[in-house]
Design a binder for this molecule. Structure first.
Ligand code: GRF
Length: 201
């Protein structure tokens, strides 16, 4: 299974996935890593792992890609013959024109148990709300924000002593387990989606 990974941050999810591909634990290959942030850790980390890593100028908007950028992302992904687009901390919305090229082949990891706490800083939202458990969710990307069919979730306790940082770190540990596990299931064609529901063999 050929993966293209998009991220804007440190790249810990990308690294977890790429390590498992390299060791053979995941029957997949990371063909390209793309970022909208020129100095993002994800690019340096990917290059250190010997992966192809490219910055693409996102354009004039803050929360989405402009048309030219969107076209370039799609072009590079197609040239790399990517089958699944893996969003790993990519901080811009993926819009319809992009999605139509990879419909139901774009997945995302979100740091909460969706549908609770969509959007930014989900760990802070969980602390502010006072929930005792939160977690992370891997889902198919559709036209909404963090709304697509859920493929998998892992729960994480919220401890009394938690700060936003300590809770986020605990969620990220879970992310590094969940994301490769879901990608493994997709590679084995073990996941079936019917409407909003997904079923794993
Ligand atoms: C993760 O916490 C992910 O849930 C969120 O962005 C963060 C990315 O971290 N969408 P990293 O770049 O994979 O280290």
């Amino acid at each position: 299974m050929r993966l293209g990974i998009l991220g804007s941050g440190a790249g810990s999810n990308m690294a977890a996935i790429a390590e498992q591909c390299a060791s053979g634990a995941l029957p997949a290959v990371v063909t390209v890593v793309l970022s909208d942030v020129e100095n993002a850790g994800i690019l340096t980390r990917a290059r250190d792992m010997g992966l192809s890593a490219t910055f693409i100028q996102p354009g004039q908007y803050r929360t989405k890609l402009d048309e030219a950028a969107e076209e370039q992302f799609v072009r590079v992904l197609k040239e790399a013959e990517v089958e699944w687009v893996v969003l790993a901390g990519f901080m811009r919305l993926i819009k319809a024109d992009f999605l139509k090229h990879f419909w139901h082949k774009v997945i995302n990891i979100h740091p909460s148990l969706l549908p609770s706490f969509p959007g930014l800083e989900a760990w802070q939202q969980a602390l502010d709300y006072g929930v005792k458990f939160t977690g992370c969710t891997v889902h198919i990307v559709d036209h909404g924000i963090d709304t697509g069919p859920i493929l998998g979730q892992e729960t994480v306790p919220v401890l009394d002593a938690d700060t936003p940082q300590s809770l986020h770190a605990r969620i990220q540990e879970a992310e590094r387990r969940l994301y490769p596990a879901i990608i493994h299931a997709l590679a084995m064609e073990d996941i079936r989606i019917q409407g909003r529901r997904s079923f794993q063999k």
